[in-house]
Write a protein that binds this ligand. Structure first.
Ligand SMILES: [Zn+2]
Ligand SMILES: [Zn+2]
Length: 258
């Protein structure tokens, strides 16, 4: 399984940098988990192969360019863009984003081939198929309804925490997997901002370290994601100070393979 955290920041020359402002993980050039930077960071070839998008929650950094992605493809889509999300999150996307004011209600629009966007409701705890992947979602602990994911292509298995504070259900799901190749877990705020992490329901390196005590699998790659751009350097230092040899910050733009 190939996974890339799409870039979302650029330097003066227009080259992508390592700051992560938006969240979108591209899997095998076909599926994404969240869609923050989907319209700005995919190659043209990937734009033509990605039709399945799992939305973990409706926060802007996770859906910012989703409407633009569908808009870009509107005339050429030969099959709808499929949005996999819980009923709650679909309701929020319809109410707050694709509502005819912020953006058109694409779920009701068609081009010459048919519908351009389709919601696929998913239920936590029930495995579902997304393209070539088997996926199970579980509710995590964030300020809006949010899911973590266990994703398998039949060979490799990767867990995505999405945005979360302390959680048990996600670890129960992850521990239930026969094996785990990689864990992508959030580390949003430095330890000094613990209180903000608590109220916004995110992790710090210290609370991430506590969470990892709940993980039974050993030796897999642990990639810290969702590092707030303003604190990236501090976060990387604090993550290194945990002394966990298989834990690293995930580099946006780099393709990881398991
Ligand atoms: Zn969030
Ligand atoms: Zn977020």
């Amino acid at each position: 399984m190939k996974i890339q955290l799409l870039s979302s920041s650029f330097d003066q020359q227009g080259h992508a940098t390592l700051e992560q402002r938006l969240t979108c993980f591209l899997i095998d050039d076909r599926v994404t988990v969240d869609a923050g930077s989907i319209a700005i960071a995919l190659t043209d070839a990937q734009r033509n192969t990605v039709r399945d998008i799992i939305v973990t929650h409706p926060h802007m950094d996770h859906i910012a360019s989703l409407p633009i992605f569908v808009d870009d493809l509107f005339a050429q889509l030969e099959e709808p863009v499929r949005i996999y999300a819980t009923e709650e999150v679909i309701g929020l996307l319809e109410r707050d984003v694709f509502n005819g004011n912020v953006y058109p209600r694409f779920s009701e629009l068609e081009n010459s081939h048919g519908p351009v966007m389709k919601y696929i409701p998913i239920r936590v705890g029930e495995e579902f198929q997304v393209a070539h992947l088997r996926v199970t979602a579980v509710g995590v602990n964030h300020i809006v309804p949010t899911i973590g994911l266990l994703v398998s292509d039949g060979k490799a298995t990767v867990a995505f925490s999405s945005d979360t504070a302390e959680t048990d259900a996600f670890w129960d799901l992850t521990n239930s997997a026969p094996h785990l190749n990689a864990l992508l877990i959030e580390a949003s705020f430095p330890n000094s901002m613990h209180q903000l992490a608590v109220v916004s329901k995110h992790l710090t390196p210290a609370s991430l370290s506590n969470e990892l005590q709940k993980l039974n699998h050993k030796g897999m790659d642990i990639l810290a994601v969702h590092l707030k751009a303003a604190y990236r350097e501090t976060l990387i230092e604090e993550l290194a100070a945990l002394g966990i040899s298989n834990l690293h910050a995930m580099d946006p733009g780099r393709t990881y393979e398991w």
